[in-house]
Design a protein around this ligand. Structure first.
Ligand code: ARG
Length: 304
């Protein structure tokens, strides 16, 4: 397979007349995987959100975190996505961010998964539990050498809803070279988007695809080529204020079905914009997880 044609870094590299709508359709999601939050806390800082104004580590309220996690799981169940739970492990305080350790995808009629290689060693030990979980389900594991490029799973790899096309963020956590591997494994065309603003260190903190034509985004997180690519994919890019994007991680909202959007409650302006677009909005409180730089989208892995 010639991977160089599958990773696209600028609009000029797209075939004439290309549209994501003509790409192969994907099956719908069947459920959600979440990691229980009993060991979630802030024990180190690997992104800007994890420290307070004085430079100290932010403090999580464990009871509040548990209640917020439960409420999020209930929303997924209520809109038709059964939640599977993997037990969090002591000493792995970020394991609760289940988007990052893996990237599941459908291939040749079965389930496959690409396991991540985490950029920060504090998170590396989260991977084996996911490996076991997917193995137990009979999922095909894409082989990866130990020195494979860094890749943080669904934190940096987002499907264009319903299509075998991926948005691939790189620069802070995921390496650009990992996108070649992702394209080869998934058979998806990958649009490479360089991330430029440290507050938005994962792609899922700066864009939320909603349906085949619309997405939420914060423009300051992308360079000019990325911006041009996103305008080619989506007819409507709904701009989120920098305040709500940075402080409420509004772009970490999740729309699993093209009409229901789960979003941090504090992102009020974004909620109104989504309602005006006709979406069913499910506000949830994720204040404890925001302290670690994560919200709705980070807290689960979607399963085919
Ligand atoms: N503290 C975690 C980290 O910095 C948060 C991960 C959030 N996940 C995400 N998909 N954005 O790695």
């Amino acid at each position: 397979m010639n991977t160089s044609v599958s990773v696209i870094a600028s609009v000029d590299a797209l075939p004439d007349g290309w549209s994501a709508r003509q790409a192969e359709p994907l099956p719908p999601w069947r459920g959600v995987l979440m990691v229980s939050p009993e060991h979630f806390r802030i024990a180190y800082a690997i992104n800007l959100h994890m420290r307070d104004g004085d430079g100290g580590l932010r403090a999580v309220d464990p009871e509040k975190a548990r209640a917020q996690w439960d409420a999020l799981a209930r929303v997924y169940e209520s809109i038709g996505y059964p939640v599977r739970v993997l037990r969090g492990q002591e000493g792995l305080p970020d394991m609760v961010f289940a988007a990052n350790q893996s990237f599941p995808f459908p291939r040749n009629g079965g389930d496959s998964v690409l396991l991540s290689r985490m950029r920060h060693e504090q998170r590396a030990a989260e991977i084996p539990a996911f490996e076991d979980w997917f193995r137990g389900r009979g999922t095909f594991m894409v082989p990866r050498p130990d020195d494979a490029p860094y890749c943080e799973g669904a934190g940096d790899l987002l499907w264009v809803p319903g299509r075998r096309v991926l948005l691939g963020g790189y620069g802070f956590r995921t390496d650009r070279e990992a996108l070649d591997e992702v394209a080869a494994a998934t058979g998806a065309r990958v649009l490479a988007l360089r991330l430029t603003d440290e507050r938005f260190y994962h792609l899922d903190t700066c864009i939320a695809p909603l349906d085949g034509t619309r997405a939420l985004w914060v423009p300051t997180a992308f360079d000019d080529s990325g911006t041009a690519l996103l305008h080619r994919v989506f007819d409507r890019l709904i701009e989120v204020s920098e305040d709500e994007a940075a402080n409420a991680l509004a772009c970490n909202a999740h729309c699993p079905d093209g009409r229901s959007v789960i979003i941090e409650a504090a992102a009020e302006g974004t909620r109104r914009a989504l309602e005006a677009e006709g979406f069913r909005v499910f506000p949830v409180e994720t204040s404890e997880f925001l302290k670690s730089g994560g919200s709705v989208f980070c807290m689960k892995q979607m399963l085919f």
